[in-house]
Design a protein around this ligand. Structure first.
Ligand code: S3P
Length: 422
């Protein structure tokens, strides 16, 4: 019997931590970031920004991060290492597009396979010069300079592309108008607004005008709702009890998965929401209970893009057949998440299939066991660690350590759910 209880916390939001570090670097003077995520991905961003002249204190759990930003960035002396982090690579391309020097970026084997042309093409349109190899990915070299205004239609709903282009426009002082097929997370728009940039958002359209000024700040980073999703899922799968996760980001563009959990029969309460730095923060409350199958239409996917692996694992324990539609973007995440999640579900005894861009998962209450291949993908590792939590030793995740890309201390957090310690 696993009964969960207590109030828990999750580490800082990954998306907001990247953006806070970048904006603090652009703000001449000393900024402080409280609750920043001390994960490998966030450290990649800090490392790149240090190479461009920022002073950034060590990213450690429970420590406030101090950033010494500067008026002008300096040309890096060596290749910028983005590690496993797509957000680092893509947002930095936006920042670098407006800088009067050349920089070369690379990443680990997973990141080098991920598409970058979707960001570099509009940046070249704005006036940046990009030298890339024959394949669409890192390493590549960018030389920035004065930029032109941009009016661009995004090929996919992606906060990383959108943010890169908005940051390029903000730094270069030119208007940027973007047409997006569906709304994606809006942290960059909120932050730019905070610094006085007029950002207009209409369905399918984002229009930013120059005119803001990035000045030193003191920012609290909320807990990451995508990390909270793993703890909520583990609690739902328990035999009984209820947990509360405090201090979590409740930005609606990140909480698409709550609607899906509700339809599966696991409603999540959102309580005590406040908005300290333009970002809603609140508490999420959920109880253990049975799940029913769900259909997730393609239109919902941009709002829960990082939660598909854990929702698919929950679907494996739901009554009936679940269908997730329109998952093409999952193919270009830290792994081919669409193929790999199906492969791993099958490896532990679940009937799961990829049909075109859709994923079909048949729920079961049979004993699950087998070996899970993460391909170094943090969300793959955590999703299957949650599924394996109930029956230790039966589901073996090949690289549990890769969870530290976004959630340092995840195994301990999972174990603490039953103990009820925060
Ligand atoms: C992120 C955007 C998403 C998400 C990633 C973080 C961001 O990627 O999957 O984990 O911080 O902007 P896409 O923009 O490629 O969908």
């Amino acid at each position: 019997m696993v009964v969960v209880r207590g109030t828990h916390r999750v580490p800082g939001d990954k998306s907001i931590t990247h953006r806070a570090l970048m904006l603090a670097t652009l703000a001449p003077g000393r900024s402080t970031i409280r609750g920043a995520l001390p994960s490998l991905d966030a450290r990649s961003t800090a490392g790149v920004l240090r190479a461009l002249g920022a002073g950034i204190s060590a990213l450690r759990s429970g420590k406030v991060v101090q950033v010494m930003g500067r008026q002008e960035l300096v040309a890096p002396r060596s290749t910028l290492q983005c590690g496993n982090s797509g957000t680092t690579a893509r947002l930095m391309l936006g920042l670098l597009a407006a800088q009067p020097f050349q920089a070369r970026l690379t990443g680990d084997a997973s990141l080098r396979r991920r598409p970058m042309r979707r960001v570099t093409e509009p940046l070249v349109h704005m006036g940046a010069a990009v030298q890339a190899g024959r394949h669409d990915g890192l390493p590549l070299t960018i030389r920035g300079g004065p930029l032109q205004p941009l009016d661009w239609t995004l090929p996919v709903a992606s906060a990383q592309i959108k943010s890169a282009l908005l940051l390029a426009g903000a730094v270069a002082g030119v208007p940027v108008t973007l047409h997006e097929p569906a709304a994606s997370r809006d942290h960059t728009e909120r932050l730019l607004r905070h610094f006085g940039y007029p950002v207009r958002v209409l369905p399918g359209l984002i229009a930013m005008e120059p005119g803001g000024r990035i000045t030193p700040f003191d920012m609290p980073v909320p807990g990451d709702p995508s990390s909270a999703a793993f703890l909520l899922a583990a609690a739902i799968l328990a035999d009984g009890g209820e947990i509360r996760i405090a201090g979590v980001g409740c930005n609606p563009s990140r909480l698409g998965y709550l609607a899906v959990l509700g339809r599966m029969g696991a409603p999540v309460g959102v309580e005590g929401v406040r908005e300290p730095f333009g970002e809603p923060i609140g508490e999420l409350v959920v109880r253990a209970g049975p799940l029913r199958a769900v259909t997730v239409p393609a239109a919902e996917v941009p709002g829960l893009i990082d939660e598909v692996p854990i929702l698919a694992c929950l679907a494996a324990r739901a009554h009936g057949t679940s269908r997730f539609h329109g998952l093409a973007e999952l193919r270009v995440k830290e792994s081919d998440r669409l193929a790999l999640v199906a492969e791993n579900l099958r490896a532990i005894g679940v009937t799961a299939e990829v049909q075109g861009d859709d994923l079909v998962v048949e729920g079961t209450d049979a004993l699950l066991q087998g070996r899970v291949r993460t391909a170094g993908d943090h969300r793959m590792a955590m999703a299957f660690m949650v599924l394996g939590h109930r029956s230790p030793g039966r589901i073996v995740v090949d690289d549990p350590g890769c969870a530290a890309v976004s959630y340092p201390g995840f195994p301990a957090a999972l174990a603490a759910l039953a103990a009820g310690v925060a």
